[in-house]
Design a protein around this ligand. Sequence first.
Ligand code: SF4
Length: 348
Amino acid sequence: MAEITNPSSRPRVLSGMRPTGKLHLGNYMGALANWVKLQNDEVAQYECYFFIADWHALTTDYADTSQVAPNTLEVMLDYLAAGLDPERSVLFLQSRILQHAELSLLLGMITPLGWLERVPSYKEQQENLAGKDLTTYGFLGYPLLMASDILLYQPQFVPVGHDQTAHVELTREVARRFNQFYKLGGREVLPEPKVLLTPSPKLPGTDGRKMSKSYGNTIQMTDPEPVVRQKLKTMVTDPARVRRTDKGDPDKCPVGDLHKVFSTPETIAKVYEGCRMAGIGCIECKGWAADGLVKIMQPIQDRRAKFTESQAREILEEGSRRGCIRAAQTMEQVHAAMRMTLTTEAAR
Ligand code: SF4
């Protein structure tokens, strides 16, 4: 596999996901599909780094770590299934690159506590996961670990949806603070990454709420066609359409939202017309939605079937080796800027 040569000549992007188990269509449409587009963008020629944030899983699941490694493999297989290509992107595992921990520790020295306490997800997650004790140092510090994940690779862009921009903003603040304290030959070492806002379409789960593993309402990327059809059959619809003869509105129906993402313009037109005039039944409409989903999912599942777990493991190891090269370059600059080395000019 090619080494990272002349890495500064292409705009670098980096993003990652926690290994929470098999990924669902919300993960695919909100992140993976965008990453694949960036990877394959022949004009921008991004240098892409995508990783699995297994240490982040420990911030909430520290009491039972038994699923972190198996989930990591599942996520890696889903990355490959979505079309991430180890020949075009560096696909790596956070915990294989110890510099993530080192940079997090160093940035922790300069980050005011208040910055971490005010990250919106800190309070939200504590409330959402009330059954777990999240009054831990690791949980408070996870946005800083996230900042380190990013800054270690000095990317120009971090592709995220609207809901994650606060984390990138904190990363920018931390980089700014580091650069104020430490410079290398008068130059800044940790460039502030920019948010690359990627489309994250509204994707409801089967109960009409946002598709999320914690709600148990997901359609997984690996769900076989009969499972997809069955899940859609039980999906909630426009509450105004109780009987077949009641008129409905696809804009008030979660199935309508799925159509907007997965169906052809012709099908969507049929849905609007049929639903508003009570000319179609919901079962028929859900069947069309399932057709659209299956069409998108089939090539993904075909690709996944081409990889074994052992290949996924090897790809992750090789990507981590490549990621480590970039991480080591950054840390060399960080050490020199902080004068934490006895061997460079900067130390004198
Ligand atoms: S016809 Fe389709 S869009 Fe209209 S309420 Fe039924 S499932 Fe929803």
